[in-house]
Design a protein around this ligand. Structure first.
Ligand code: COA
Length: 255
């Protein structure tokens, strides 16, 4: 593993940490591949009972690394980003997340596949796919309307503007809002409580809660991946990504 993703297991809890602060914990293909592997390993390892994602007190993740996406676009459903999402959405044991600061794009959509989410009061969730000339991923086009209701989902996904921790609490995306300094501690305490419970009961309960939608989520992810892959090569995304790299406002008037 590189230093950009840290993973360690202690007392039955595997913790995956975004550790790329200089680039706001944005995620490269290599990082997705590492996380996909870590999830597969943790799923198969009887010593692992619970999985935790965390970032930093100031930033959870700025989402896809835009430069990496430009140079190594995910060209098939086997791309690391989609492997990561498949392994996360199918992960059989409880998954928790501690989210502080911005959670952009997949930094937010991955949370729809976590079981418990604790947010710092500085957490800002956003899904600005449209602003980047893209479409939603991680089955968020299905799961966001389901959780938030259609109109709030349309605001989040069509406007792409951030919403804060309290709003996320209100719609049920997070379980509790706490001071950023406390988020990791609370998640670890909850993870330890879960790790002490019978793993067979945890796995069965999670599977039963999720099984009604599992095939639908997979289908939605595949459909999104196909559209997303095409849009990534299209003029709107090229303009948006070029503007980000050149630190200017995008001009969509010609696309
Ligand atoms: N991909 C690649 N690099 C990124 C990045 C991303 N998604 N997000 C931030 N960075 C880099 C910046 O380019 C900058 O690099 P530099 O120091 O070499 O110039 C560094 O991280 C710091 O970013 P900056 O924008 O100055 O930090 P900030 O605290 O002002 O803002 C964010 C933080 C997360 C709000 C802002 O960086 C942002 O909006 N990023 C883009 C998010 C995005 O659109 N993600 C894609 C979703 S699909």
């Amino acid at each position: 593993m590189s230093n950009d993703i840290l993973s360690h297991t202690e007392a039955g809890v595997t913790t995956i940490t975004f550790n790329r602060l200089d680039k706001k914990n944005s995620i490269t293909g290599a990082m997705y591949a590492e996380m996909a592997d870590a999830l597969a390993t943790a799923a198969a390892d009887d010593a692992v009972r619970v999985l935790v994602f965390q970032g930093h007190e100031t930033i959870f993740s700025a989402g896809n690394d835009i430069a990496d996406f430009l140079h190594n676009p995910p060209s098939s459903v086997d791309a690391p980003v989609f492997q990561f999402l498949r392994n996360l959405s199918g992960f059989p044991k409880p998954v928790l997340a501690a989210v502080c600061g911005p959670a952009v794009g997949i930094g937010t959509t991955m949370l729809f596949h976590c079981d418990l989410v604790y947010a710092g009061d500085n957490a800002a969730f956003s899904m600005p796919f449209v602003n980047l000339g893209l479409c939603p991923e991680a089955a968020s086009s299905l799961l966001v309307p389901q959780m938030m209701g259609y109109h709030r989902a349309a605001e989040a996904l069509l406007m792409g503007e951030p919403f804060m921790a309290e709003a996320a609490l209100e719609v049920g995306l997070v379980n509790r809002v706490v001071p950023p300094t406390e988020a990791t501690g609370i998640v670890m305490a909850q993870a330890k409580k879960l790790a002490a419970k019978p793993i067979t009961a945890l796995i069965a309960t999670k599977r039963l809660m999720k099984q009604g939608q599992a095939a639908l989520i997979q289908q939605q992810m595949n459909d999104e991946a196909e559209v997303f892959g095409r849009m990534l090569q299209a003029p709107a995304a090229k303009e948006a990504f070029g503007a980000f790299m050149e630190k200017r406002r995008p001009d969509f008037s010609k696309v």
